[in-house]
Write a protein that binds this ligand. Structure first.
Ligand code: SF4
Length: 215
């Protein structure tokens, strides 16, 4: 079976299992919230970001309010999140650029998004997919691990995973696919102990086949 055919089947099976492909970050698809929450989510959990965001956006409801915030105030608000000092610095810079260069309107272009501090390809693809409907493979830890286990890509380099999966998943399916992969990774194909026995993708999984051969 070709990887394309296998990807088509897996897209469908994931859709059946997780009809609602929801993003773990509860941003309400508001551009300001999505940008801030995505930047905050690096190396931490969506749960922690969602918790902090409940009060964060009352105090900082707009890009301007973050861009010109007094030193230490934003840091204090997000201090329970890992790397809060550098994240606060990035958020100030990103929001300042957003206000001063883009008039407060988040751009959809990949190159422009990448000029915002704290925004890498993963965050840019999340924004492009969820806000603008342009698709994008969000190469978070679940995506990299699971696409590797399924046998789509050997390499763990995020850019290689992104390019490989971009060629296999239709643009219109990419955002939902990535959200579903996160749900699947949390529930079944987790990093330490994947639940292969009852997994609905095991028939298509390289990791499972290799494991069974060697046992
Ligand atoms: S069979 Fe195991 S490793 Fe493969 S996708 Fe399912 S849970 Fe993950």
């Amino acid at each position: 079976m070709t990887n394309k055919k296998k990807a088509d089947i897996i897209i469908k099976l994931l859709e059946d299992k997780y009809p609602e492909a929801v993003c773990g970050l509860v941003s309400g698809k508001d551009p300001h919230r999505m940008l801030v929450m995505a930047v905050l989510s690096a190396q931490t959990t969506d749960k922690i970001v969602n918790k902090v965001s409940r009060t964060l956006f009352i105090r900082f409801p707009t890009p301007e309010s973050i861009a010109y915030s007094a030193a230490g105030v934003l840091e204090e608000e997000i201090r329970t999140i890992g790397l809060f000092n550098s994240k606060a610095k990035n958020l100030r810079l990103a929001c300042k650029r957003l206000v001063e260069v883009y008039g407060g309107v988040l751009p959809s272009d990949m190159k422009e998004l990448l000029t915002l501090a704290g925004v890498g390809r993963k965050v840019a693809n999340l924004i492009r997919g969820d806000l603008f409907g342009l698709g994008g493979i969000v190469t978070d830890t679940h995506c990299i691990r699971i696409c590797g286990r399924l046998g789509f890509v050997e390499n763990k380099n995020p850019l290689i995973v992104e390019r490989t999966m971009d060629a296999l998943i239709p643009k219109g399916e990419q955002s939902d696919f990535c959200h579903r992969i996160v749900l699947f990774g949390r529930e079944i194909c987790n990093a330490k102990k994947p639940l292969c026995e009852g997994c609905f993708l095991k028939e298509y999984c390289k990791y499972n086949k290799t494991k069974n051969k060697s046992s």
